[in-house]
Each structure stands twice: as structure tokens, then as C-alpha cells.
Design a protein around this ligand. Sequence first.
Ligand SMILES: [Zn+2]
Length: 303
Amino acid sequence: MIRYQRTIKNSISCKGMGLHSGKAVTLTLRPAAVDAGVVFLRKDLGGVEIKASAANTSATNYATTLRRNNATVQTVEHLLAALAGLGISNVQAEIDAEEVPIMDGSAGPFIRMITEAGIQTQRKVQPVLKVTRPVFVADGDKQAAIWPAETSSISYFIDFDHPLLREQSLSYSISEESFIREVADARTFGFLRDVQALQAAGLARGGSLENAVVLDAETVLNKEGLRYRDEFVRHKVLDIIGDLSLAGMPIIGHVVARKSGHSLNSQLVAKVLQEPLNWVHVGEIPTVAPRREPLVMQPSVAI
Ligand SMILES: [Zn+2]
């Protein structure tokens, strides 16, 4: 099946706060031309552009950061996951601070924002990267691999030292519908025992029960509880979808990850790309104009 590139129909903005910086930030998404990719624009730095690409990635275990020269954009993963989840290839993301707003800690608000802006199919084929050989990265007991396959899927395993997070796993087939239904609303999570150390390190300064699931030694502290019984592993799948999108195009293959995080996810992408024998481009030049955009979604929450 040929996939066409997509952008958004109209510009749209939201306001929020950086999870780690705690700073107020306005994010504006704008339509972009074919082959532009996802490009962040730091309005507060005079319009410095930073493309969402593997070459510009410098991830840690806590967030995925894009860097070009001295300019950075931090915590891009949930917005990138929403864009990848809806097949948006080209968009300009303008922000006026160093960190993308965390919103409610999931990709759901970005999904509803993009849906409200409208999705525009463009007249150029979206190249797709098909993995041809297994690629594997590891760091201690953390592992991430991608295997050749005919479809895009993710099998994710987590195993935290906490009674609610032992041995959760999810096997997930990537599609727009499944992303919206099964993954998009899963929130980021953290442990109360780590909060002080994180904040002392300049992290999680904007973190709260409004934008993260927080666990004490035994239970979830959020009054509303969990959105999915296994929300934690679903959020890890959301994270890796955002990180994998830094390949610059959709990937066909089976991703298998165990206790992986942003750092290892980005190492996996870099290792796939660094060896040309690991992948081929698939996609055809269209001979007819694409049909009209078939995707119809109703935003369930106003931004
Ligand atoms: Zn996350």
C-alpha cells in the first residue's frame, strides 16, 4: 500500500509547562511542505530550527532531546509519538522555551490538537524504511532489537522493582486506530522515592499528579487511578514510537524491547541507520493523485 506524506490543514497552538524545566511554554504547530519533516523552531532564540532527526538526537533515560549547535528542544517524545501515530510527516513545531509542554503526560492532548487542526494528505509518497537484518543494542539488563518483518509491531517488556510494575508486557501492531485507542492516552510515570533526587538534578520540576502517574511504595497516588490497567507499559510503547520516528520515516519491522528507555531507543535507531545493509527504502512514485483524506476523527476533549 502506498502511503502519502501528510501535514496539518491549519495552524494550532496550546500552552503548557515543561515536565523537567517547569517553565511555561506555548507550542504552535503549522503546516509544512512535502519532505520538510518535523522541524522545531525556537522562537525565543530568534527562530533557530532543529529538525527531528537521529543526527540531532541526544537522549537520556529521562527525556529525548534534539540539539543543533547550542540550541535544544527537550522532551519531544510524546509530541513525536502523536505525529507518528497519525502519520504526519511534515510539520513545523514552534516553541518559545526549551521544552515541549508535557500537557497531561500522554500523547492524547496532541492527538486532539492535530485532529482539530485537520490532517492534509500531500501529493508525494511517504518513503518507508524496511529493516532487512536484525539489529540489537543493550545496556546492562536493558535491551532493544528490531527484526525484519512484513508489518510494523512492537513487543515491550518492563520489569520494575515495584509491586504494580513487575513483568508488564504488551504486543502491539502499529496503526493509527490502535495508537489512538491503545497507547495515546497512557501517561508518563514516576516513583515518589525518586522525586527528590530528580528535582535536585534539575529534572521533573514541572512534574505533578496533573501530568504523571506517581507511585509510592505500594500504590498509585493519583486519585483518578489508571487509564489502562497496564498504563505503564503502554506509555513505554508510546515513548518508543516517538523515539523511533527520529529515523525520519516509518519503520517496517518488529521491535522487541525490554526495560529500554530513550537513550537505548535512540541508539537502536542510530544503529539501524548507520549500516546501509540494515534497511531498504520502500515506496513508489505515484502515477495518480491520492484520494481524498479518509481519516475522520472527532476530538473528544477540547484543547
Ligand atoms: Zn514518556
